[in-house]
Design a protein. Structure first.
Length: 384
């Protein structure tokens, strides 16, 4: 596509599935990324209309309306983004025709079951008011939904620049990471990350594990973890990973911030060998932070997914804040995935200090696990 061609009325499937607090956007990172190329896109479009899902409503439920997202977009763009409370039909066409050059946002895709059912008639109806379609929702690219895989059957379709950039950066991790390659995994459950560990462990040089998921490994080694979170069904698998030829690449925490009650916010720092039966591990502590840092400073590629503890509580944030600070100042290629990790960066550092921040939590994990995603590379890339 040459830069002089026109896209006409353009429809963009973005990922605007953002955390909400009531009717207020709690974290606008995905919105910021969705509008990143809007200035260039408007130069070759008659109008630009966004659509997305938000949450998992069961039919029409205005608690999941995208109207607050339109308001947040308006603030970020310093112009009104016109919200249209439907997805297809004359109402959509009239709004666009009567407001040339404006930016629009349609209502939640998942108010209609036809979206998740990948209904072709639905895809045809939604696209009939537009001349071109851009798929730029990497965070939903692992879903076989109508807006992901079927809209391009009816109008000219492209893969957006955000999506293309995601794939390029994640491919770098799986195909040609500059060594040493270190992966930091946190979050609550080993079950959420097991396939990723199995896929990456043979190719990484170091796997640093924190967060709640580390306690399944530590219990598998015979440690008393008190009342810390762990997964009984994965103890054997954790032991097998640690005993495998690649097990020596795995680094586990040796000391923690612990509490008797998460609600209390009270923290005491202990070695894993000092845990009592009622201790709950809520964060990594000083010796572990130093050990992880010594590994990371020698790395040339780092992928981070998941916090080191319950960083939302002030007394439990030390580990996640420290890892954020360490990784943000590395002389390495740094890639971050997962909503909690992104939230931590926005609290403790700056997004610009990382080479790539993925917008797709589940999608990025599935891609790195080696799964083919239904929405990736199915349309020609958009060149702006």
């Amino acid at each position: 596509m040459s830069s002089g061609s026109q896209l006409g009325n353009t429809l963009i499937r973005a990922d605007l599935n953002v955390p909400m607090h009531g009717k207020v956007v709690k974290d606008n990172f995905r919105i910021i990324k969705a509008i990143e190329y809007l200035v260039d896109l408007r130069k070759i479009s008659k109008s630009v209309t966004f659509l997305s899902h938000l949450g998992r409503p069961d039919g029409i439920n205005l608690d999941y309306s995208l109207k607050p997202v339109a308001e947040e977009m308006s603030l970020l763009l310093n112009e009104e983004v016109l919200f249209i409370n439907s997805l297809h039909g004359p109402e959509v066409k009239n709004h666009i025709d009567e407001n040339p050059g404006k930016v629009f946002l349609l209502e939640n895709l998942r108010f209609h079951n036809e979206e998740t059912e990948n209904n072709f008639d639905f895809a045809k109806k939604v696209t009939e008011n537009f001349d071109s379609f851009i798929l730029d929702a990497f965070g939903a690219a692992h879903r076989n939904h109508a807006s992901i895989v079927s809209f391009g059957n009816f109008i000219e379709a492209y893969q957006g620049k955000l999506m293309t950039n995601e794939v390029k950066n994640l491919e770098l991790l799986t195909n040609s990471p500059k060594k040493p390659f270190s992966v930091i995994l946190g979050g609550a459950k080993i079950s959420d990350k097991l396939q990723l560990i199995n896929k990456l462990l043979p190719s990484v040089d170091n796997l640093l594990i924190g967060g709640g998921m580390c306690f399944t490994f530590l219990k598998a080694l015979g440690n008393n973890i008190g009342k810390s979170l762990y997964e009984e069904d994965y103890l054997q698998k954790a032991k097998e990973l640690l005993d495998s030829d690649n097990g020596k690449k795995i680094y586990l925490p040796s000391d923690f911030g612990v509490t008797k009650s998460i609600e209390s916010g009270i923290r005491v720092d202990k070695d894993i060998s000092e845990f009592s039966d009622d201790d709950i591990g809520v964060d990594i502590s000083e010796r572990t932070i130093k050990e992880f840092a010594s590994v990371l400073v020698t790395s040339n590629t780092v992928f981070w997914n998941g916090p080191m503890g319950i960083f939302e509580i002030d007394n439990f944030k030390k580990g996640t804040q420290s890892i954020t600070d360490i990784v943000s100042n590395l002389d390495a290629y740094t890639v971050v995935g997962g909503g909690d990790s992104v939230s931590a960066i926005r609290i403790f550092s700056e997004l610009s200090k990382f080479n790539h921040i993925s917008t797709g939590g589940g999608a990025s994990l599935k891609y790195l696990q080696g799964n083919e995603l239904p929405g990736v590379n199915i349309y020609k890339p958009l060149i702006l």
